[in-house]
Every structure is written in C-alpha cells, then in structure tokens.
Design a protein around this ligand. Sequence first.
Ligand code: HCA
Ligand code: CU
Length: 372
Amino acid sequence: MVEILDTTLREGEQAPGVTFSIEEKLSIANLLDDFGVDIIEAGHPVVSDDVFRGVKLISNQGYDADILAHCRAKKEDIDYAISCDVDWVGIFFCVSKKRLKQHFKLDLEKAIEQITNTITYAKDHGLKVRYTPEDSTRTEYEYLIKASRAAIEAGADRISIADTVGAMTPINMYNFVKKIKADLNVKLNVHCHNDLGLATANSLAAYEAGATLIDVTVNGIGERVGITPLSEICLALNCFYKVKKNWKLDRLAKISQIVSDYSDISIPPNMPIVGENAFLHKAGLHVSAVVNNPSHYELFPAELVGKKRDFILDKMAGIQTVRQKLEKMKLVANKDDVEKILNYAKLKRKGIVTENEILNFFTDYRNENIMF
Ligand code: HCA
Ligand code: CU
C-alpha cells in the first residue's frame, strides 16, 4: 500500500519566509499524525538548536507515524539524528558529474565511500536509512545507479528519486522510475518539485511506475515554489486509484489553514481542494445542477475534505442561485422578490452581490411595497 511522507517541517520550512516555532511544529506534527501520514520528516537537526529541539520533541510523542531526520552524508549529522531518537535518517548526496566536480570536488568513488560510510554508521546505530541521490532526474544514469547500488549494499532501506528542480514530465518520470525499479532491488520513494506545476502529476506517474512512497508538504510549500501538496496526492490516490488508507480527509481544510497561518503563506483562492473557490459555484446552469446533485460539478463532495459548498450571485447567476442565497439567509421570498433580486444581480457591473446587499435590497423593496 502506498505511503505518504510529509516534509512540511523540513522542506516546508525551507520555503522563503517560513520559520515555525517549536509549538507550531508540534501542532503541525500532531495534525499530520492524526491525519494518518506514514512518515513525518521533522527537520535537519544540524541546522540549528531550534530545529534539533523540534525534531527531538516530535520523535518523543509516541506517534503512529515514523519520524525521519534529514542528514548530509556526514557522521556528525547522524550523531545529531541519534540524539533526537528518530526512526529514520534521510541521507542526501548528489552524484551528478557537474555537482561532484563543481561543488563537492570529489570523484564518484570518493563520494560513494562517503555515502556508504555514513549509511553503515547509521545502520550500526539501529536507524532505518533512506538515501537520496539528490537531483536524481538530472544525474547521469550510470552514476545514479552506481551510487544507489552501493547505498543498498551498505544497508539503505529506501532510495528516493528526487526531482529537485522539477525537471520531469509525467511520461519521462514514469519511464525513469520503471527503469530504476528494474535495476535496483529496493523500495523507491519519490520527491517532486513543482517548478513547472507538474509535481503532483509527476508523483502520480512515479507511483504508477512502482514508487511506493510519495513526499508531500501541506499546501505544497518548500524551496522556491515547493513540492507536491498533501491534499492533491491524497485526493488523486483516493479518486483515481481507489487507494483506501485511514486518512482523515475531512481534516485537510483545517490542516491547510493552520499551516497557512503558521507559515504566513496564504492559500491561493484557486488552489485545488483547499482553496476558497474549490467548491464555489457560479454559472446559473452549474448552480441549478449542483442543487440537484453536487456531483454534476464536483469531482468529490466538499464535505469529504472538510469544506463547504456555496454559490456566487452575480450577473452569471440564475433563479436557483437567488433561491439558495435566500434560503441560506433564512429569508422568505415570493417569486416576484426572487426575480427582482436576480435582475439586480444581472445589472450589477462589477463584483458579486453580497449578503448585505441582498438584505438591503430586500428590505428597501419590501418597504417600497408596503408604502405603495
Ligand atoms: C534539499 C533538496 C531535496 C532533498 C530531498 C531528499 C531535493 O533541500 O536538500 O533528501 O530526499 O529536493 O532534492 O529536498
Ligand atoms: Cu526538495
């Protein structure tokens, strides 16, 4: 069964402007564990004392979810992770020719030695290990496989395929993961950045090709424009692949709002699933069909993800929209009232007709009728 790793507390905190307090981290971790993610990537303990304390605190909550600490291929990082009592370490080290030459100034053999020594050290200390050949999708295939095979021999339990700069298309990702799966005998994870808006599509393609764990963050936050959002992956797996996990999908709206508040990154209104507009229907035809049965214009019902459906009253509206608005506002109206309000909406040049306007219009119109 597919697994979800949430890295809001590590990748998410790498988003520009984001710093979570320790209390915020704990409350996010509580929500994620309660929601039902399999692994929480809690941070990179060596980064700061604050991050260290956060990872340790989260590790000691007795969650159902496993806790993972992000580490460089360095003994020092593993020691920090051990002090945090985590279940997993995620060791990353890019082995592309370009990075080895320009950044690490190492040849592949030396890099592999550093990676495998770190993995052996972590395994000797009872940790589960994920190895990520960072920037996997732009790394020479031969280098990627060599480093990954050595990592597996040293004891790595998982290899994570990182599309670090969002360089893949779904079909490329599918073929890439298929090939790796045939060449490596190990469980594959996938981590997709969203630089071209393809993170969810690429993650699903990797899943179809045999990756068994998908990295996500709440609201997709992360370095630059972030990674695959938790809500999109869970809903896609639920709707298209009939994945049945014990996810509390109806908490998604709340989790998104809380992470938005803590991260100070607002949720775009048109964001799938959790955006303000996700279940707001506008065209008259849509509204009358939705009133009859929401599934006419909703892929899944608003309630499934803890949202509410509503209708927009403006010049696009039909009679049904006005009726719905009045019902919601508990106003009793006759056919004539409804038509007058609809006419008012049709003539309004810009913006929606607000509830206040309806109320005013209604009162004015009634008063006029009483007067004359
Ligand atoms: C990073 C890059 C990373 C690492 C992923 C991983 C990526 O911020 O260190 O360690 O599995 O996208 O490659 O997030
Ligand atoms: Cu990343």
